[in-house]
Design a protein around this ligand. Structure first.
Ligand code: BEZ
Ligand code: FE
Length: 289
């Protein structure tokens, strides 16, 4: 029988997990074992702390469902999600940078036309976001679908508002022949990540700000180009420097300029003052590094 000691347990466990039939799985699991053991050694993990961590993980699983992804939230606030984005989307500096997906994207958003309103009566200041989708050489990308979603003027997403079954503040817009797009919505507000679960429990023991700056999410999955998951942030918004999920990037911060009632960017007349944000998305062709 093998004699297990504090010194040899890591090698024994890594060797065991290295037998995974898929080589990548073997690599991932042996490295995980080594890093977990090193962590426990470095902090001299006590049994009470080990049990508290297990219970925290259990609560994180128990609170998760098809509308709530507490493990993803944990990854987000620990900076792991953004690290994975950074490592996997090393794009040309001219391309629009990627940032975190977040837990509020929903498949199957309604398709709207140029300048159509995705806020559909949700109260708030009208906001137009418009510009073009282009490639790195500056050529327009027609037929690109922009999947857009955001929080409301109180900072709440659809899934956080009780009794809402239909799509709210989300839509898909398609670029025209010249690569132009125009979406109408309302100005989003910055918001707190969900603080009523295990992630919130941990954050409230720290000095970490639990807010995200005001933003609109975009997902562009265009054949022939690297998929792009990103946000546009409102210039001057609160929390730009302390985004709890590390998702903010200077290149994605755009002014929301005040406009008076009158013609909007889609040619229709606005009866009330509105905000205008312009942004040209730049996609990187697949395979280019
Ligand atoms: C979001 O922007 O929707 C989001 C991202 C990460 C954690 C929570 C929310
Ligand atoms: Fe968001």
């Amino acid at each position: 029988m093998q004699l297990v000691t504090e010194d040899n347990i890591t090698g024994l466990a890594a060797e065991r997990w290295g037998t995974a039939r898929d080589p990548r799985t073997a690599e991932l699991l042996t490295a995980l074992v080594r890093h977990l053991h090193d962590f426990a050694r470095e902090v001299r993990l006590t049994e009470a702390e080990w049990m508290a961590a297990i219970q925290w993980l259990t609560r994180t699983g128990q609170i998760s469902d098809d509308k709530r992804e507490e493990f993803i939230l944990a990854s987000d606030v620990l900076g792991l999600s953004m690290l994975v984005v950074q490592m996997n989307h090393q794009l040309d500096p001219q391309a629009t940078p990627a940032t975190v997906l977040g837990p509020f994207h929903i498949e199957g958003s309604p398709e709207l036309g140029y300048g159509e309103d995705m806020s559909d009566g949700v109260p708030g200041t009208p906001l137009f976001v418009h510009g073009t989708v282009r490639d790195l050489a500056g050529n327009p990308v027609p037929g690109a679908v922009l999947d857009v979603w955001q929080a409301d003027a109180e900072g709440a997403y659809e899934s956080q508002v009780p009794d809402i079954d239909e799509a709210r503040l989300r839509a898909k817009y398609t670029t025209r022949e010249d690569g132009s797009y125009c979406l109408r919505t309302i100005a989003p507000k910055g918001y707190s990540i969900p603080m009523d679960g295990p992630v919130g429990e941990l954050i409230s023991r720290t000095a970490i700000s639990h807010f995200r700056p005001a933003h609109v999410h975009f997902l562009l999955n265009v054949p022939g180009y690297e998929p792009l998951i990103t946000h546009l942030f409102q210039e001057g918004a609160q929390y730009l420097d302390s985004d709890v999920v590390f998702g903010t990037k200077q290149e994605l911060v755009v002014p929301f300029e005040q406009r008076e009632a009158g013609p909007g960017p889609d040619g229709r007349t606005m009866a009330e003052p509105w905000l205008e944000a312009r942004y040209d998305f730049v996609l990187q062709p697949v395979g280019r590094r």
